[in-house]
Design a protein. Structure first.
Length: 248
């Protein structure tokens, strides 16, 4: 199947995922168009993180279909490296190499994995660190950076692969409140530039501001979804209303 930009860049159809006897995703479907920002919210254990980990094949699925740019993600013949070049992911934990500087962390995958010329990668890595407002921190080690700065290095590192889609899994959950904003500003800038973003987040104000569409998951299903204004001001399902009353 040939993908064209008028089709969803990510298409999830009736996906089921179990860990042992526990079914975590119970027939989830959603589409993401190129350039869209999708926020997935819901209580802990509702399947949010599992769902986005399935998009870049970090988790396998029992049944259903996930395509990225028309390519079936869980096709055994698919080269996972090719998939992860297209789909960047930033996690709650920064996963930076502690013995490498910020610049070296950003350069590592393009040089080691993609075998791109070092000088070209370094120029791009420096530009990405400027983009995430870390100019002057190129030679700092992760231990010398705040949590928010480390998370922005992780975002730059993911962008160094030139992905078409960025997945963010609770990227502010481990941060101090004062450093949350600098990470959210970085994501807002990416979205404004047209990057397709899927975020699992508990930052409701941010979801309301940035999302094109908000999905609420609970117990492995999508309970409700709508554009943010409609979602937050006129939730229809009692479970959505109960959740929002707890977090807003």
């Amino acid at each position: 199947m040939t993908w064209t930009p008028d089709k969803p860049i990510i298409s999830i159809k009736d996906v089921r995922k179990s860990f042992g006897a526990v079914e975590v995703l119970k027939g989830v479907s959603l589409d993401v168009m190129k350039g869209e920002v999708i926020c997935i919210i819901g209580p802990s254990g509702s399947g949010k993180s599992t769902l986005i980990r399935c998009i870049n094949a970090l988790n396998d699925i029992q049944s259903g279909s996930i395509t990225v740019e028309g390519q079936e993600v869980h096709d055994p013949k698919l080269d996972k490296l090719e998939l992860r070049k297209k789909v960047g992911m930033v996690f709650q934990q920064y996963n930076l190499f502690p013995h490498k500087t910020a610049l070296q962390n950003v350069m590592m995958a393009p040089v080691k994995v993609l075998r791109q010329p070092k000088a070209e990668v370094e120029a791009r890595a420096r530009a990405l660190l400027r983009k995430v407002r870390l100019e002057g921190k190129e030679n700092s080690y992760p231990g010398e950076l705040s949590g928010g700065q480390q998370q922005r290095v992780a975002i730059a590192r993911s962008l160094a692969m030139n992905p078409d889609v960025m997945l963010f899994d609770e990227v502010t959950a481990a941060l101090d409140p004062e450093t949350v904003k600098e990470v959210l500003v970085t994501i807002r800038d990416l979205a404004a530039e047209g990057m397709t973003c899927v975020l699992v987040t508990h930052e409701m104000g941010f979801a309301r501001e940035i999302a094109d569409h908000v999905y609420f998951t609970d117990r492995g299903v999508i309970v409700e979804h709508a554009p943010p204004r409609e979602f937050f001001e006129h939730p229809k399902d009692p479970r959505t209303r109960a959740f929002l009353s707890q977090v807003l």
